[in-house]
Ligand binder design. Structure first.
Ligand code: G
Ligand code: G
Ligand code: MN
Ligand code: NA
Length: 250
C-alpha cells in the first residue's frame, strides 16, 4: 500500500507535527490543559487525518515509533510553556501493550523535565478488554510515576462500568456523541449526569469532548462537568499559535 510506504518515510523524515487543543475549566473558563493531536503533512496529499493513518500505523507497528516521537515532542514543547497546564497525549492500545511503556514515559519525563503531574495519558476502553492483569499492571506503573490516566471516548466502546471499579483513572472524557445530543435529544443530559456522578463518587474528573455551542457549555456546567474541549473554544492549533493563545489568556 502506498500510504504505508509513505508513512514509513514520514517517520524517518519527521513529517509529523503536533497540534494542541485547549481544555477549559467549566467553572472559571481558564485553560487548564490541552490535548496533543498528531498531524501528518503528506508531500502530495496535504494534511492527512490521524483517523486515516493511525490504524495503518497500528497494523504495521509503526505506531510505537510515531507514538514515542509524539510523546517526547509534546512533553518537550509543554515544558517550555509559561503556564501550569496539563498535557494530554493519546496512547494507542498497541503502545499500551508494550511492556516498556512505563520506562519510555519515565525517560521522556526525565529528558523533557516536564513534571509528571502535568502529563495525562489518554487510553481507550479497547486496552482493557484483552488482558486485565497486564493492563492493570501497566496502569499501576504509570501512576507510580505520577502521571495521570484519562479514559478517552467514554461511552463509545465496550463501555463497562466495571472498568471504573477495577482500574485507577483520574479523568473520564465523555465522548462527543453524547455532548452533541445535549439540549436536543431527550435523555442525553441524563447520561452525562450519570457519568459525572459516577466520576465524582470515584474521585475522577470529567471532560466533555466536542463542545460546539454555548448552550452545550451551559448545560455541561450545570451538570457539574469539570472541563470542556471543543470548537466552541478552539480547535487544535499549531504549537506557536497555542503558545500565543496561552499568553492571551493568562
Ligand atoms: O485530531 P482528530 O483530529 O482528527 O483525531 C482523530 C483521532 O486520532 C482521534 O481519535 C484521536 O484520539 C486520534 N489521535 C490523534 N492524535 C493521536 C496520537 O498522537 N496518537 C494516537 N494513538 N491517536 C491519536
Ligand atoms: O478521540 P479523541 O477524543 O482523542 O479525538 C479528538 C477528536 O475530536 C479530533 O479528531 C478532534 O479534531 C475532534 N474534535 C475536537 N473538538 C471537536 C468539536 O468541537 N467537534 C467535533 N465534531 N470534533 C471535535
Ligand atoms: Mn483523545
Ligand atoms: Na475522545
Amino acid at each position: 500500500r502506498q500510504l504505508e510506504f509513505d508513512l514509513r518515510s514520514a517517520v524517518a523524515d519527521h513529517a509529523f507535527e503536533i497540534h494542541y487543543q485547549p481544555l477549559v475549566d467549566l467553572g472559571s473558563g481558564a485553560i487548564t490543559g490541552c490535548e496533543a493531536l498528531l498531524r501528518w503533512r503528506h508531500p502530495t496529499r496535504g494534511m492527512i487525518s490521524p483517523a486515516e493513518f493511525i490504524p495503518i500505523a497500528e497494523d504495521t507497528g509503526l505506531i510505537n515509533e510515531i507514538g514515542a516521537w509524539t510523546l517526547a515532542t509534546a512533553c518537550s514543547e509543554a515544558a517550555t510553556w509559561d503556564a501550569d497546564i496539563t498535557l494530554a497525549v493519546n496512547i494507542s492500545p498497541v503502545q499500551f501493550r508494550q511492556p516498556s511503556l512505563a520506562l519510555l514515559v519515565a525517560s521522556v519525563l526525565g529528558a523533557s523535565r516536564l513534571p509528571a503531574n502535568r502529563l495525562e495519558l489518554e487510553i481507550t476502553e479497547a486496552v482493557l478488554i484483552h488482558d486485565d492483569d497486564a493492563a492493570l499492571s501497566t496502569l499501576t506503573q504509570l501512576r507510580a510515576l505520577g502521571v495521570r490516566i484519562s479514559l478517552d471516548d467514554f461511552g463509545t466502546g465496550y463501555s463497562s462500568l466495571s472498568y471504573l471499579q477495577r482500574f485507577p483513572f483520574d479523568k473520564i472524557k465523555i465522548d462527543r456523541s453524547f455532548v452533541g445530543d445535549i439540549g436536543t435529544a431527550e435523555g442525553s443530559s441524563a447520561i452525562v449526569q450519570a457519568v459525572v456522578n459516577i466520576a465524582a463518587a470515584r474521585r475522577m474528573t470529567t471532560t466533555a469532548e466536542g463542545v460546539e455551542t454555548d448552550q452545550q457549555r451551559q448545560i455541561l456546567s450545570s451538570l457539574g462537568c469539570t472541563q470542556m474541549q471543543g470548537w466552541l473554544f478552539s480547535p487544535a492549533i499549531p504549537a506557536a499559535a497555542f503558545r500565543k493563545l496561552l499568553a492571551s489568556h493568562s
